[in-house]
Write a protein of this length. Structure first.
Length: 313
């Protein structure tokens, strides 16, 4: 008859059969205990999500000491959701509201606006607002603070998305295909945040336009991109430029592939000495295109089509 544990004897309960070391039990070699929860470990329950209080205060301080230049950059790259501390979110929202309204931003006016909106005590009082003004000596490094805040926000989004995905994987096992599609969309949505705020400012765009005009003046009417080998085509397009997509459209058997291959050949091989050859990638969706490519390459004197097809060249 098994003896029940007693508070007086401090006797330990006997281990029942079938409950030896295994999943959920410590290993004999001192390994860790696996938690019963499928979504989090015991150590993760009380762990704070990734965040940086210093970086958040650095951004707010930069916005306060240099609002005209700094707030515009911050608005392009982040919003209030990127802040982890609720008081920081409130301060950011009020600063952006004042900036959009064209109102002056300094210690006195900002503190008074918070007081008028009954938010001053919520964010920590006047001493905390004053500390933000002196937290950073200059706003020159606000870009680095923004990167830290964005990275921490993305990490929090990854954790939230992954945790929700694990929960749904345990509870919604009847429609795996739709679940997989939705999880992929959520992960991709987190990744798209990396490209937020990459818009050029008006100053950068003006400088880029001036640089382009200077290059056009130096060429004295010549093409500004890579030559295609066709004079009339280059005259109409000024050459091939980055980020452009040129579509060659015509009925079947009108020479679209031949034209494209001739342009590719000129770009990769037959460029003049003043314009060195450029790397080239040619993709074909039809197997017959490879035969046309071989035929085109056989036009070179050092290559023989028969040798190419048989592997002798």
């Amino acid at each position: 008859m098994a003896t029940q544990p007693s508070s007086w004897t401090a006797e330990k309960p006997r281990k029942e059969s079938g409950k030896g070391p295994g999943r959920g039990w410590p290993e004999k070699n001192g390994g860790r205990v696996f938690p019963n929860s499928p979504t989090a470990s015991a150590q993760d329950i009380h762990r704070a999500p990734p965040h940086s209080v210093e970086a958040e205060q650095g951004v707010l301080g930069s916005m306060l000491i240099s609002p005209r230049e700094t707030i515009a950059e911050c608005v392009e790259r982040i919003n209030e959701e990127y802040f982890y501390i609720p008081a920081h979110q409130t301060i950011y929202e009020v600063l952006v509201d004042l900036w959009n309204a064209g109102q002056a931003i300094d210690l006195i006016t900002f503190t008074q606006v918070l007081r008028d909106r009954n938010l001053l005590d919520t964010v920590g009082g006047a001493p905390f607002v004053t500390s933000l003004f002196t937290f950073v000596p200059t706003a020159a490094n606000v870009g680095y603070y923004l990167e830290i805040i964005r990275d921490k926000y993305i990490l929090r989004q990854i954790i939230a998305t992954s945790t929700e995905s694990v929960r749904r994987a345990f509870e919604e096992q009847d429609d795996v295909s739709n679940l997989l599609d939705e999880v992929e969309q959520q992960i991709f949505a987190v990744g798209e945040d990396r490209f937020k705020g990459q818009m050029l400012s008006m100053k950068d765009q003006v400088m880029e336009a001036i640089e382009s005009i200077e290059k056009l003046y130096e060429r004295k009417g010549g093409i500004t991109g890579i030559s295609s080998g066709f004079v009339e085509f280059d005259r109409m397009t000024s050459g091939l430029h980055p980020s452009e997509m040129i579509v060659i459209a015509a009925r079947p058997s009108m020479g679209k592939t031949a034209l494209a291959m001739n342009i590719a050949e000129h770009v990769a091989i037959q460029q003049p000495a003043t314009c060195p050859a450029s790397p080239l990638l040619a993709c074909a969706c039809e197997s017959a295109k490879s035969a046309r490519w071989i035929s085109g390459r056989a036009r070179f004197p050092e290559l023989d089509r028969g040798g190419i097809e048989t592997g002798r060249s």
